[in-house]
Design a protein around this ligand. Structure first.
Ligand SMILES: Cc1ncc(COP(=O)(O)O)c(C=O)c1O
Length: 389
């Protein structure tokens, strides 16, 4: 017996949704990474109560929220973080940009693993910095894709002027949850080259069949000193539009550099975001558990459907995130597959080319939607592909 019904359809057109407004009414949007589910009832109740108070002056982070985050980090990861080590941020894309600004003097570089969430590619450029690329290795077997890290290539990509490595874990778009061994290798290499690690772990609570997430900062106190860890309740509880996230920076001088880089540019978190975050982290455990069961089901359905009905496509089997990464190179699509699925299938996906090297001929599909929407989108993609042949 479940408490929450993730199958229930909700109309998102005409509700300020970026995802649903970007394309025509005849297009099913499975692109930008938010989900089509309402936030958990406990968050809605907390927001209703806050709105009913009626006064929306400048807000501030409460001790209760900071403590809730510290307790959660301890319970989930045995990670001892104190409230002063948490820097609240309205969004994690801005935190990626602030991290580049804080860590990298002009003329230095930032290492990223491609294909990767596009703001990883734009944040260094926004700060006038160089990009160093370490492409992930992909193994193709029938309809599946498996990504791993080539550690020689990873180390070889580091230049004498590289200062920062931006890690995405769980990884968007390839859906990997990196193992302790992989993270230890990464940490060792970053230590050897004296790199700061900005670890974007926004998807850390969306684990599919994975027992637990491992923040890279928890590997050792020495590693923690070189980490800026980014987390948020936004993806997990579908409150991305409320803009509340945070950076955990345990080294005082790194934290100071980060705060200085954000000073006067990054505003405080919206107070409704703070209200939602507290409810998310303290009252939504059952909802979260059931969400993961539903997303696991969507992931399995997607992989099975592709195997059975779209055999020319190859897909990742995401270990985390609600994002699948599809290789269209064997489909016979001429031109950009994103354009193809948009025009011929009326399904809006993300264009793989925007994710950097290793993204050509790929699209990203967001399965954080009802099973009915996912099924309909896949059916439309199948019809379009069938017509090709
Ligand atoms: C890895 C990653 N970081 C950051 C973000 C966006 O964060 P925010 O909305 O807090 O700026 C996303 C959204 O998809 C993401 O996948």
């Amino acid at each position: 017996m479940t408490t929450y019904d993730f199958d229930q359809p909700y109309e998102r057109r005409g509700t300020d949704s970026e995802k649903w407004a970007a394309y025509g009414n005849d297009v099913l949007p499975l692109w930008v990474a938010d989900m089509d589910f309402p936030a958990p009832p406990a968050i809605l109740q907390a927001l209703h109560k806050r709105v009913a108070h009626g006064i929306f002056g400048y807000g501030g982070v409460t001790a209760e929220l900071s403590e809730a985050i510290c307790n959660r980090l301890w319970e989930h990861y045995q990670w001892k973080v104190t409230p002063d080590q948490i820097v609240f941020q309205p969004g994690l894309v801005s935190a990626l940009n602030v991290s580049c600004r804080a860590v990298c003097p002009p003329g230095t570089g930032v290492l990223v693993q491609t294909p990767v969430y596009p703001p990883f590619l734009s944040a260094p450029v926004n700060q006038g910095l160089q990009l160093n690329f370490a492409e992930l290795t992909v193994k193709r077997s029938s309809h599946k894709l498996q990504y791993s890290i080539d550690f020689n290539a990873f180390e070889a990509a580091i230049q004498p002027n590289t200062r920062l490595f931006m890690l995405c874990n769980p990884h968007n778009p390839v859906g990997r949850c990196f193992s302790r061994e992989e993270l230890t290798n990464i940490a060792d290499i970053c230590t050897r080259h004296d790199l700061i690690i900005c670890a974007d772990e926004i998807h850390c609570d969306i684990l599919l069949d994975q027992p637990r997430h491992l923040p890279i900062a928890t590997l050792s106190p020495e590693i923690a000193k070189r980490c800026i860890t980014l987390m948020a309740p936004s993806k997990t509880f579908n409150i991305a539009g409320l803009y509340c996230g945070f950076a955990i920076i345990q080294d005082p001088s790194l934290r100071k550099r980060y705060q200085q880089a954000a000073n006067g540019i990054v505003p405080q978190v919206n107070l409704l975001g703070l209200t939602a975050a507290l409810a998310a982290y303290t009252q939504c455990e059952t909802w979260h558990k059931e969400l993961l069961t539903y997303l696991n089901g969507n992931r399995d359905f997607l992989v099975d459907y592709i195997q059975e009905h779209l055999p020319a496509l190859r897909t990742t089997i995401p270990e985390g995130t609600f994002l699948a990464w599809l290789d269209c190179s064997a489909t016979g699509i001429t031109g950009n597959p994103y354009e193809f699925f948009l025009r011929q299938a009326k399904v809006a996906l993300n264009d793989g080319q925007r994710f950097g090297q290793g993204g050509k001929d790929f699209v990203r599909l967001n399965f954080g939607c009802s099973r009915a929407t996912l099924t309909q989108a896949l059916k439309q993609m199948k019809v379009a592909l069938d017509l090709l042949n």
